[in-house]
Design a protein around this ligand. Structure first.
Ligand code: G6P
Length: 360
């Protein structure tokens, strides 16, 4: 590849470390001369006119979409559905009167997503593609494009594209809210700056994540990620990262859903990675941790500063409660990276996977 790894042993580690720079770059790219966030006014009109937004994406991009739904609903007050591209294609739900489709795709080439884009365009609907690759198929075929500005992502397991997607979705939600005359009560530029600094701090404590990966995940067969609300969505991404590159059977679960089945799988030493970044569900996720620990699970608890309790494994810096996915995913990316390393897996090119999947 033309892109150099430099002193990095793997592209994945390099791309994880690039995330603070990517976030700062995105802020700049979407700022006007007065420092206010801005996007193409045609996109803003499309967002304002839509009575419902349908986010269509696969894999990690789908997980970013779940977080984006929270932003768009909470900030811009537009209802959002998030769908898996391959499912949506043959099972199109009843659509609202004025739908807007948002395709999220790092590569802009995913065939499952393209198939949906082709059919919704045929139906006469408007589409926006959020992608890292200018001129990609999904970008060319949609009405509008928002770019991630993350730089080429080489490792098959997506890291910086995920955080870039979330940052761009936050900006899209903010600009839409502003255009609708809604006030957010916080300054997104400032809050994203705080996020970039927090990611930097997290990337500086790699040994701690390596230690956890070695002690927790070097020999395990499975692992579970739990969280509630937005932490649940990040847990889905954490589990996907871990299974993609370390081949550990990993699943993300909503804390409250554990008792309806999954808790049967907990044995002595089963690794559980729990996220606690949301004040409103801090007590309930702590309750879930107690339930699994009582059945022998080995917990790794990642809590946001201000919500920490004795015995937590990692305390991550405090950021705005809507933006926590941008930082809580960093430990999960690093833990997956080191787990794969300690299991002698090919980190950048995991078996059976392709960076962009151009077949349905
Ligand atoms: C492939 C990659 C995943 C990625 C997914 C969607 O399966 O291995 O890392 O999340 O495609 O890709 P896209 O380019 O559409 O975001």
């Amino acid at each position: 590849s033309d892109i150099e790894k430099g002193t990095y042993p793997h592209y994945m580690l390099k791309e994880i470390d690039e995330q603070p720079v990517v976030i700062r770059n995105i802020i700049q790219k979407y700022q006007d001369e007065n420092g206010a966030l801005t996007i193409d006014e045609n996109i803003v009109s499309a967002m304002k006119e839509a009575d419902r937004i349908y986010i269509i994406a696969a894999g990690t991009s789908n997980h970013a979409g779940l977080v984006g739904k929270q932003f768009i609903e909470k900030m811009a007050k537009v209802p959002v559905e998030v769908h898996i591209s391959s499912e949506f294609g043959y099972n199109i739900p009843l659509l609202s009167k004025k739908p807007l489709f948002i395709f999220i795709s790092q590569s802009g080439e995913t065939a499952d997503s393209r198939a949906v884009l082709v059919s919704v365009k045929e139906m006469g609907h408007k589409a926006l593609t959020i992608t890292n690759v200018p001129g990609s198929t999904l970008s060319r075929e949609a009405d509008h494009t928002l770019l991630l500005h993350a730089g080429p992502e080489i490792a098959v397991a997506s890291t910086k594209a995920y955080t870039a997607q979330i940052a761009v979705l936050a900006i899209l939600a903010e600009v839409t809210a502003k255009a609708k005359g809604l006030s957010l009560g916080f300054n997104l530029v400032q809050e994203l700056g705080i996020v970039a600094n927090a990611i930097e701090i997290l990337c500086d404590s790699k040994e701690a994540y390596e230690d956890i990966a070695r002690s927790f995940l070097a020999t395990t067969r499975n692992a579970f990620f739990i969280g509630r609300g937005i932490d649940y969505y990040v847990g889905l991404e954490g589990a996907l990262k871990l299974k993609e590159i370390s081949y550990i059977q990993a699943e993300g679960f909503a804390g409250g859903e554990l008792k309806h089945g999954t808790i049967a799988l907990i044995e002595d030493g089963t690794p559980i990675i729990a996220l606690a970044t949301q004040e409103s569900v801090n007590l309930s996720i702590r309750g879930n941790v107690k339930e699994v620990v009582a059945r022998g699970a080995n917990p790794c608890i990642i809590a946001m500063k201000g919500l920490e309790q004795e015995g937590d494994t990692f305390i991550i810096p405090e950021v705005h409660e809507l933006l926590t996915p941008l930082i809580s995913v960093i430990p999960l990316q690093l833990i997956s990276y080191y787990a794969a390393l300690h299991r002698d897996c090919d980190v950048d090119k995991p078996r059976n996977l392709a960076k962009s999947v151009t077949v349905e």
